[in-house]
Design a protein around this ligand. Structure first.
Ligand code: XIL
Length: 368
């Protein structure tokens, strides 16, 4: 055979070598795979991230731009430019578009709870304001958003209701009302209750009670979202498994909505304390700024594979697994709870390359 022919054969083989599997293809029989997009990603200013989203994911969540403070910053002003772009990006790329979030205690301006004299609103006035907000935002994207995190983080760790302004002014039925208003605004959109640390038994029990009461009242709740801002040890696989099972038993779907794995040393969970951290303490809390040791990289891959093992076990009730970010460079964990750290919580590294954890997650897709 001439050298030229061999050359062509080799080139041909290279060109036809099977493409690297993608997350969305690997899990297409099991669940959707998603990522939360930040503002730059929504505006397609980050070409690398945009390419990863198009190639790897089939559902997106908005990291911030649909939260009250961003989409409705002042009493009579909505700011829809970024959210319109977000929904258009999803529609153009045939992605399932998620809404996050309608009623929350964070990133919600103080004016929401006050009248024009700065006095606390009455129950009726706050319900009216909540309804107007939900109708305007959900109504704008009617038929285009697959599902909404209607209420986010309404519970404390002991399972009781968080003492938020929503609870204090309206009372416990603010949750049911929010779901009713969202259903009214778009009867075909899915409605979710979303929270973190539902793996804590007491908190989970609180959420189970809440979902049962909502269902008993005929409130159309589709799914519970487990945020899954996990660490290397928390929660245990047994806890994750038991949590998914507890909600599945209620007849709702379970979504993994904000997945990431924090490998950095635990820090104060208090941003205000951040400014007062000594330089020494800061360095201690940021051990991998020059890269991750191989052993830690391996441990992260294993932790991811283990968690996906649990998700695969429950693939009949899990509709979506969404990562809270696209690449390590864009993760909120570089700045929370301590600003300016180098974090490694996702499947794509700072250059946008798939990490060993990506491969280990893909390998779980074939599990029976
Ligand atoms: C975070 C965003 O990632 C950050 O950019 C923002 O500064 C704060 O909020 N639970 C949620 C998300 O439901 O909305 C939060 O997102 C992370 C915790």
């Amino acid at each position: 055979m001439s050298k030229t022919i061999i050359g062509f054969l080799v080139l041909g083989l290279l060109a036809y070598s099977p493409a690297r599997p993608t997350l969305k293809d690997a899990f297409k029989q099991s669940f959707l795979i998603g990522a939360a997009l930040n503002r730059a990603e929504i505006y397609e200013q980050d070409a690398r991230a945009t390419a990863i989203v198009r190639e790897q994911f089939n559902t997106i969540s908005p990291e911030n731009i649909l939260k009250w403070g961003l989409v409705h910053p002042e009493p009579n002003r909505y700011a829809f430019e970024a959210s319109d772009r977000y929904v258009d990006f999803g529609t153009r790329n045939h992605l399932a578009v998620i809404g996050h979030t309608l009623v929350w205690h964070n990133q919600t301006p103080k004016w929401v709870f006050a009248d024009s004299n700065g006095k606390p609103l009455s129950r009726d006035a706050l319900l009216q304001r909540m309804r107007e907000h939900i109708q305007t935002v959900v109504g704008r994207y009617k038929g285009r958003i697959k599902g909404w995190d209607v209420v986010n983080e309404a519970l404390d760790d002991d399972g009781s209701f968080r003492q938020s302004p929503w609870l204090k002014i309206i009372g416990e039925d603010y949750i049911a009302k929010a779901f009713e208003f969202a259903h009214e605004a778009d009867p075909s959109t899915e409605l979710y209750y979303n929270d973190y640390d539902l793996e804590i038994e007491a908190k989970r029990a609180g959420a189970v009670g809440l979902v049962k009461r909502l269902k008993a009242q005929g409130i159309p709740i589709t799914a519970v979202g487990l945020q899954c801002h996990n660490s290397m040890k928390w929660p245990s696989l047994e806890q994750e498994d038991a949590t998914i099972e507890a909600f599945a038993e209620l007849g709702v779907k379970v979504n993994i909505t904000e997945l990431d794995i924090d490998i950095l040393p635990p820090a104060v969970k208090n941003l205000e304390a951040n400014a007062t951290l000594s330089a020494e303490r800061r360095a201690e809390l940021n051990p991998y700024k020059n890269g991750l040791p191989e052993a830690t990289e391996k441990a992260l891959s294993k932790r991811y594979a283990d968690l996906f093992g649990v998700f695969m076990k429950h693939r009949d009730v899990i509709e979506r697994v969404t990562f809270w970010g696209v690449t390590d460079a864009g993760s909120w964990l570089n700045n929370w709870p301590v600003a300016g750290r180098t974090s490694f919580p996702l499947l794509f590294d700072r250059e946008g390359k798939p990490k060993p954890a990506f491969e280990s997650v893909i390998r779980t897709a074939g599990a029976k």
